[in-house]
Design a protein around this ligand. Structure first.
Ligand SMILES: [Zn+2]
Length: 132
């Protein structure tokens, strides 16, 4: 799973297939392409790769005994390098409004943005989740 990290505001954004999602300050945005592997995101942002299998295993352990969980039980995450073929950094389009479009995120058309809340599943939930 790839996440976008905005270096302006520090927001970390889970990217969805096809739907542009933006950080809290609006400087960075990104999305998965239809292959569910490649992302395109704003130049200057960072791409975090979470090891899906490690995360899944950690959740399994958590579900077996949350009280036994310890921070030393880790899973892998790393920054994708600029040579990573599955990450395309794009310059923001002139006049592009990252809030427009079908992003169902908080604050869309509802005045001042409230505190971040869990995002609803994107349309088409049930599709294979994006992978690294
Ligand atoms: Zn930002």
């Amino acid at each position: 799973m790839k996440l976008l990290l905005c270096r302006e505001c520090g927001d970390v954004v889970r990217l969805y297939p096809k739907v542009w999602r933006s950080c809290a300050c609006g400087t960075s945005k990104g999305r998965y392409l239809e292959d569910n592997s490649t992302v395109e995101q704003s130049a200057g942002s960072l791409s975090i790769a979470l090891d899906n299998h490690g995360l899944r295993d950690a959740i399994t352990v958590w579900d077996q005994s949350a009280a036994a969980w310890h921070p030393l039980m880790v899973f892998r995450a790393f920054l994708n390098p600029t040579c990573e073929a599955d990450v395309r950094w794009i310059e923001p389009a002139p006049g592009a409004d990252p809030e427009s479009g079908s992003d169902p995120g908080p604050g869309a058309g509802s005045g001042p943005a409230p505190a971040p809340e869990p995002e609803p599943e994107p349309a088409g939930a049930g599709v294979t989740p994006p992978h690294e």
